[in-house]
Design a binder for this molecule. Structure first.
Ligand code: NAP
Length: 363
């Protein structure tokens, strides 16, 4: 399971009208780079059964007629995230003017992974743009668990810090659970503390924070006025950081929720009944057009790099959902990149503001 926090993909792009991604079937990569965003962003090189994961393979049964025209509304996460950042900036400036408090976010980075360093840098940049103070601690790869815990404890006690993130993955000699449990629940802006998750799951209880990526998914549905109540929702994936909290959130919004995971038999039969699909799997183009009920709303959390020699970096990002096919069947769809990705960091900023407001009783 990947543990994670908010990550910003600076290269995200999206458009307000539907676009078709190019799928060049003659250029099948023989390697997929599994791209894990957020705290744990890392590339896992594997030797996949690639043709099965490509949109244009002919393996899927076609139960839904696919039009030639793209019809879905493109849910523009990049634009929504920008709106949220602007709203957060306005609130931060009001807070500063009225009570002289500036929200602060502390990030602890252990080791010298380049990807983790990039994500920390991106978070810092995002904080700067909205006026959140950011604090960073960098520890050597071979530091002890006690050292990490000491810094968490200091940030827990520091009144200028309202949110604490520990960039994951941590080196293997450090127990991730011990570390995440040590973050005080009032500053757990990632929402990963078991108490926050437990409250999310219980009726009548409110979590102090909701994990950023699933929160971003629901926010997109809200901002596009997509009704959730009474709808059939399917979440593909059940990770602690995305799938499971996304399912809990949908349930709190009165959707009827089914979770599909790696042991689910005939997943396409289940997804075909869904009014809303949230996919958080990490398998490029797994959800084919034939898996989608006409008019369904599709939220694609997956971020999967696939080799593409035509791209300057040698790869491009695709989602779990085969955009090319599914956008012809769905009523609305998030692109990858430019959908859920930018929302994650926007939600982190929003959670940090929320924390500062709550701690200082500012409305
Ligand atoms: P994860 O911890 O690896 O969980 C993947 C989930 O997918 C697991 O529950 C797994 O089932 C399920 N799964 C795997 N193969 C499946 C299959 N063939 N059919 C159905 N379910 C399958 O991954 P994660 O951290 O949740 O991330 C999922 C994806 O979201 C990744 O692409 C990741 O990069 C992306 N992500 C994006 C953001 C963002 O900001 N946009 C943030 C976080 C993650 P089991 O439980 O049975 O193993």
């Amino acid at each position: 399971m990947a543990a994670t926090a908010a990550t910003m993909f600076l290269t995200n792009s999206s458009s307000s009208s539907s676009r078709l991604l190019k799928f060049n079937t003659t250029k099948h990569p023989n390697t997929i780079l599994h791209f894990r965003p957020s705290i744990s962003l890392q590339f896992r090189i594997s030797n996949p059964k690639f043709p099965k994961s490509i949109c244009s393979s002919s393996s899927a049964t076609t139960a839904v007629e696919v039009n030639n025209e793209t019809s879905a509304t493109v849910i523009d996460g990049k634009r929504v995230a920008k709106d949220i950042r602007e709203e957060v900036a306005v609130e931060i400036s009001r807070m500063k003017d009225e009570i002289g408090i500036v929200p602060g976010l502390a990030v602890i980075l252990v080791g010298d992974r380049k990807d983790s360093a990039t994500y920390v840098r991106n978070k810092k940049k995002a904080c700067d743009t909205v006026g959140i103070n950011s604090y960073e601690v960098r520890l050597a790869e071979d530091c002890t668990e006690e050292e990490v815990l000491k810094h968490i404890s200091e940030f827990n006690d520091d009144p200028s810090v309202h949110g604490i993130l520990v960039q994951l993955p941590l080196p293997s000699h450090i127990n991730e659970q011990n570390i995440l449990n040590a973050v005080c629940i009032e500053k757990d802006v990632d929402g990963f503390h078991p108490l926050n998750i437990g409250r999310l799951a219980m009726r009548g209880r409110e979590p102090l924070f909701v994990p950023c990526t699933p929160k971003g998914c629901i926010e997109l549905l809200h901002r596009y006025d997509i009704p959730i109540k009474g709808k059939r929702a399917v979440v593909i994936g059940r990770s602690n950081i995305v799938g499971m909290p996304a399912a809990l959130l949908l349930q709190r919004e009165d959707a009827t929720v089914t979770i599909v995971h790696s042991r689910t038999k005939n997943p396409e039969e289940i997804t075909r009944q869904a009014d809303i699909i949230i996919s958080a799997v990490g398998q490029p183009n797994m959800v084919r057009g034939s898996w989608v009920k006409p008019g369904a709303v599709l939220i694609d959390v997956g971020i999967n790099p696939i080799e593409d020699p035509e791209c300057p970096r040698g790869y491009r990002l695709v989602g779990d959902i085969c955009y090319e096919e599914a956008s012809k069947v769905a009523s609305a769809i998030t692109p990858v990149p430019g959908g859920v990705g930018p929302m994650t960091i926007a939600m982190l900023l929003s959670n940090t503001l929320l924390s500062a407001k709550r701690i200082h009783n500012f409305r």
